[in-house]
Each structure stands twice: as C-alpha cells, then as structure tokens.
Design a protein around this ligand. Structure first.
Ligand code: FAD
Length: 486
C-alpha cells in the first residue's frame, strides 16, 4: 500500500493498481479507481493514442488489440447511467465528440409509451461508433489525476510476491515484454476477449482458473453509413429484430453515422456469402423494416464480417478458494458473450463499479479476503446479466436451427415463452413497453420486470399470441433466392 490518506474524517488506504488493457471498459475502470484516490497505471499493448478529430479517429486510429474496434456498437442506457452517476465528464466528452443522444422510451410514439413518466430519463442513451466512444473516454482518462496510461506497454506475465495464504500464489505486479517490472497491490486483467491470464497464472504456479467456453454461434456482417444531411434513418421496429433465420441490427451512432448488420447462425452455410457487398445490400433491401437504413453513403470500404466469437466466463475461485491473490479479471477478460445484444460495455462498467466499491469496502490489506469479496459481489450483481444473455442466445440459435429445418421452435421452457410474450406485449401497453426496454437496456433483469405487480398477467394476456404475429421479412425460401441470384 502506498500511504494512508484522509478524506474529511475518514481514513483510507491508497493502493497502487495496475490495469492491463486500455479498452473502453479498462479505461472507465481506471477512472473510477483513480477517482477513489488510488494510483492507477494502465498498460496498453497498442502504441497509438487516439488522434484528434472524429474523422481521423475513424480513418486512422490503429487498434490491433481489439478485433471489434471498427465493428458496429451501441452503448445502452445502463452505460449512460453509469457515466451520468459516476463519470459525468466522460458523458460530457462523448456529447462534445458528437455522440448521439436518444431515449428509446421518450422517442417512441405516445400511443406506445403513454404519458411521460418521471423515471423515463433512465432510458436515455449516449452512443457512437466504438472508436469514437473509446477516444472520448481516453481523452478524459489522459487528463485524470493519479492515472497514468502507458501505450505500447505489453504485459508479458505476472510477478509473484510473498503468499498471503500457503499454497496460493500472490501477485505483486506485472512484467512487460521489455523485462521491466511494475509493482502493484492489485493487478486487474482487462486484456479483453483473448485474455492470456490462464497462461500467466500457470507461469507463477497457480491452479488454472475455471473457464466456461463456447463459440457464441453467430456471424456478423456489418457496415457503417453517413447521410449528407446528417439525419439518421428512423427506427421502424427495434434496433435488433429477429427476422426468421436472420436478425438485423440498425444502430444510430455519432455525427450523423449509423451501422447496419445482419446476424446469422454460424451453421447457416448458405448465408456465408453475405460478406459480398452486393449480396449483403440486396439482402438488406429485401427486409421491409430495414431497407431504408441503406439510404446513406457507406463509410467503410467493405462489409466487415466477424465469426468465431466466444462466449466465455472465467472464474478465479476454484473449489471455494482463489487460484491466486492480488489479481482479478474484469470486463471482457472476465466474461464476454454474443455481442448483438450490445451488453458488453454496460455489464463491464457495472462490474467496474463493483470493483471500485469492493476495494473501498474490503481494502487490499488482506488479499485473500479481497479476492473472495470481489468474486462474491461479481457473482451476485454482475454474473446474472451474463447468464441471462447466454440463455437468450442459446434459444435464438436453436430457433434459427429449427426454422432452417422448416420446423417451429417449441422448447420446453416457460421462461422463453414468457420472454417472447414480453417482447410482443411491448407495443400494446406502456408498462410492458417500459418493462421490455428496461431489459434490453440492461436496467432491469427480466425476472424482476415480470415480478412487478400485475405484470405477468398483463404480459400473458397481451403477448402470449406472439406465434401468430407475422414476421416482417421474406420467407426462408425468398431469403435464399435473394442471396443466390437476386
Ligand atoms: C462484434 C462485436 C460487437 C460488439 N458490440 C457491442 C455493442 O454494441 N455494445 C457493447 O456494449 N458492447 C459490444 N461489444 C463488446 C465490447 O466490445 C466489449 O465488451 C468491450 O470492448 C470490453 O472492453 P474491455 O476494456 O474489457 O476490453 P477490450 O476493449 O477488448 O480491450 C482490451 C485491451 O487490452 C489490450 N491488451 C491485450 N493484451 C494485452 C497485453 N498483454 N498487455 C497490455 N494490453 C493488452 C488490447 O490491446 C485492448 O486494448 C461487441 C463485441 C464484438 C466482438
């Protein structure tokens, strides 16, 4: 521990915290911890800092460490809420860089949302292209006190110190590829989806963490656009629409830009040609509620496709004991899942607040106690969001499989039926609408929405006929012929 410092009457310990990875959540986490009084060093393998100006950021910022850097992103209301409460200057920087501000409830027609309610401000989103949002967060982090960002500093491994408990390695810092060692009271692995933490732990003699790993099973084919007028096409239907065997994502972004993405099952070989720009465009044009999102100028040179994305959850507690002390994983390095629901940054920043609060409440003087407390707090308030996402994804993939076979998807899972009913009821009742949007925006879990007084009855009454509703999209046969020859 560096020192003890006083904040009014209270005394707290200042810790030296190293964060490996300056991604969009890593930087947000660094800001939260440094503003709580800790000395934070962020080590980032990619050497380039964000250039000035959104055009330059889009055109030239090289971020090889983040595969999805130029792929469509949307930052949900939970992300904006965390910024509003915890990091208002980041929210301000986002607005200044041209981030779009929208409220998915207030912007809906009154016939759908009913009268405006006091709590509707919670649905506000502040979003933009991934690179623009990350640059805005970085601009605040680079000026912050007690926060140093070292770009071009690649972490090669962990440095072990005296164990806090017999038989369990304790991490006392990191080693860079240059051989330099940096001491820390806590190392936070925020190196993203491809985090090498298990290898680093093995090298200091730690037991392997428990990883759950699965291919998320979707392929994404996306492009960004800009309009000459600066206007963004109107959303008809949700940002994410399940349209038979494909889904569409239409995401408003900063400075008059937006993205359009088609999401397919990785098993759907017939649709793998969607990386071809002409076939992709023809397919988007065939979707009545989506086609108008093509009315702009593409600002990337091709359809960007990404596959092989993993669902992964990493547990550093094995058989009730931490595999090591002095190190934790957060953000995508802790857990990552299907990105089409756009939850990564929201869940990541939720976990960042949990990390900051656990450091404040438990301290780092007893590394074992800290490791256990952070694990418990994450398991209680962050992990359920990950699990919910996984459940919904598994159903969606199985549904696509069934539809490809020409069958109806009828799982024996009342939870899934009620989920579909909630979505269907959303346009028919203002309470159901807000409940549904709360889940989409990572504000409330579905189970909590459904336990509101009278909600389940209303959802059942209004939404249980969802199977009879027409899907505003071509049939599978029409889709295949559009893809094959137009
Ligand atoms: C296709 C796709 C679309 C997505 N869309 C959305 C969306 O719409 N909304 C949303 O909220 N989320 C979305 N996500 C998820 C979101 O991108 C992640 O949740 C987010 O990037 C996690 O931030 P992070 O800081 O944890 O990790 P990352 O942003 O991945 O950053 C990790 C950093 O660690 C660095 N690094 C790696 N190894 C080392 C090392 N050895 N030493 C030092 N640095 C290292 C990397 O260079 C990188 O900068 C999407 C993901 C994908 C794949």
């Amino acid at each position: 521990m560096l020192d003890a410092s006083s904040a009014g009457e209270e005394w707290f310990a200042i810790a030296r915290i190293v964060i490996a990875g300056a991604g969009v959540v890593g930087l947000g986490t660094a800001l939260l911890l440094s503003r709580d009084g800790h000395e934070v060093t962020v080590l980032e393998r990619d050497a380039e800092a964000p250039p000035a100006g959104t055009q330059e950021i889009w055109d030239s910022w090289q971020r090889r460490g983040v595969n999805q850097f130029r792929l469509p992103h949307f930052f949900l209301a939970r992300y904006r809420n965390v910024l509003g409460t915890e990091l208002p200057d980041v929210a301000e920087a986002l607005r200044a860089s041209g981030a779009i501000r929208l409220n998915t409830v207030l912007d809906a027609p009154e016939t759908v949302r009913g009268a405006v309610r006091d709590e509707d401000g919670a649905f506000e989103c502040l979003s933009g292209r991934r690179c623009v949002v990350e640059a805005a967060v970085a601009s605040v982090a680079e000026r912050a006190d007690r926060l140093e960002i070292r770009r071009g500093a690649s972490v090669a491994g962990l440095v072990a110190g005296p164990a806090a408990r017999d038989g369990v390695p304790h991490v006392a810092g990191v080693r860079l590829t240059t051989g330099e060692e940096i001491a820390a009271d806590l190392v936070v692995d925020m190196t993203g989806r491809r985090s090498p933490l298990p290898r680093w732990l093995e090298a200091i003699g730690a037991q392997a963490p428990r990883d759950e790993l699965d291919d998320c099973g979707f392929i994404y084919y996306g492009r960004h656009f800009r309009s000459a007028s600066g206007d963004i096409p109107p959303a008809i239907g949700g940002f994410l629409q399940h349209l038979g065997t494909i889904s569409s994502l239409t995401l408003p972004a900063d400075n008059g830009t937006w993205s359009v993405t088609l999401v397919t099952s990785a098993k759907d070989k017939a649709l793998r040609v969607l990386h071809d720009a002409a076939i992709w465009e023809r397919t988007v044009r065939s979707l009545p509620l989506v086609a108008h999102w093509l009315d702009g100028e593409p600002i990337d040179d091709r359809v960007m496709a990404i596959a092989g994305i993993e669902d992964r959850h990493r547990n550093l507690m094995v058989d009730g004991a931490p595999v090591a002390t002095g190190v934790v994983a957060a953000g995508d390095a802790w857990a990552c899942s299907n990105p089409s629901v756009g939850r990564g940054a929201s869940i990541g920043m939720l976990q960042a607040t949990v990390l900051r609060d656990t450091v404040a409440a438990t301290g780092l003087e007893d590394p074992w106690e800290f490791a256990c407390s952070f694990h418990d707090a994450t398991a209680e308030s962050v992990e359920p969001w990950y699990r919910d996402t996984l459940t919904a994804d598994r159903h969606r993939l199985a549904e696509i499989d069934a539809l490809i076979q020409g069958a109806e998807y009828r799982p024996v899972d009342p939870g899934w039926e009620v989920s579909q009913a909630l979505a269907s009821s959303a346009l028919k009742d203002p309470d159901c609408f807000r409940g549904f949007i709360s889940v989409v925006m990572v504000l409330s879990r579905e189970a909590d929405v459904l336990s509101r007084p009278g909600m389940l009855d209303k959802v059942t009454a209004l939404g249980s006929g969802w199977r009879d509703e027409p899907i505003p999209a071509p049939t599978r046969g029409e889709l295949l012929s559009t893809v094959a020859d137009g």
